[in-house]
Design a protein around this ligand. Structure first.
Ligand SMILES: C[S@@+](CC[C@H](N)C(=O)[O-])C[C@H]1O[C@@H](n2cnc3c(N)ncnc32)[C@H](O)[C@@H]1O
Length: 247
């Protein structure tokens, strides 16, 4: 049953989605239709009232509609794929930098589970604080060690990580350390927004093999049975993904 203080996903006509915290005096007003939160408290997940449906939010909902974005983020379409590509599983020890808004961190964290460890580095105090608040607000990232530190300044054990992920502008500057702290054979992943950055990175990835470059495109469709067709607008580009395994 929903109770006061729970975070919920409110879906209006399958068109609009909102993440809200249930407070008995709260309400939401969409196109002049009002849903009072007092009507939701005590109901089961999947409760429907008028054009509103109410659910517990998934990790994707929290990232898309709940997390405060103070940096560019990586979208779930990419992060969920990244996490599988990096072979993150229960108990994995993973490093990541920069944390940014924490949108990648929580996906790595989810797959690594309670026995896993995510070491995440963010050099900016402002972004570090925001990522920390994002995770705490939604009770996420219990297995995350979040550092307000440049990755290069981190004191990390050699050959100790099962995987690493890098989302900074010039990842080639960090390759020597990335290679040093990864276990042999294990994967590193990178996100880069432009192809000229990929060229520089590839030239420097001498300590890696099984290298792949790809991008993920996603196209949503209208859900009206009589006129199934793609949505009018789509996100044309987010970033390129580069993966390699330490040799
Ligand atoms: C694009 S954001 C990362 C977004 C993140 N992947 C997400 O999905 O929320 C890049 C971040 O890297 C941080 N950064 C840049 N160089 C860094 C370094 N050497 N060590 C740690 N953080 C760094 C920046 O401050 C910035 O917040």
């Amino acid at each position: 049953m929903f109770k006061e203080g729970d975070w919920v996903l409110i879906v209006y006509k399958d068109e609009k989605r909102y993440l809200r915290r249930l407070e008995s005096k709260g309400s939401i007003n969409v196109k002049k239709e009002v849903l009072k939160f007092s009507e939701v408290i005590g109901k089961e997940e999947g409760f429907k009232k008028g054009n509103f449906s109410i659910f517990r939010p998934t990790l994707e909902d929290i990232i898309l509609y709940g997390f405060k974005r103070k940096t560019q983020i990586i979208y779930p379409k990419d992060t969920f794929f990244i996490a599988f590509k990096l072979d993150i599983r229960e108990g994995s020890k993973v490093f990541e930098f920069g944390t940014g808004s924490g949108c990648t961190t929580v996906v790595l964290s989810r797959l690594a589970g309670s026995k896993g460890e995510i070491y995440s580095f963010e050099s900016s105090p402002e972004f570090y604080k925001n990522a920390k608040t994002n995770m705490e607000t939604f009770g996420l990232g219990k297995n995350v060690k979040l550092f307000n530190k440049d990755f290069l300044e981190a004191d990390l054990e050699e050959n100790s990580f099962d995987a690493g992920f890098v989302d900074v502008k010039e990842p080639w500057l960090y390759l020597e350390k990335i290679h040093r702290v990864l276990k042999k054979g294990r994967p590193a992943g990178f996100l880069l927004p432009t192809t000229n950055q990929i060229s520089v990175l590839l030239k420097e990835m001498k300590g890696f093999s099984n290298i792949e470059v790809l991008e993920i495109m996603i196209r949503y469709y209208k859900t009206v049975p009589e006129r199934i067709r793609p949505e009018d607008t789509m996100i044309g580009h987010t970033g390129y993904l580069i993966f390699g395994r330490k040799i």
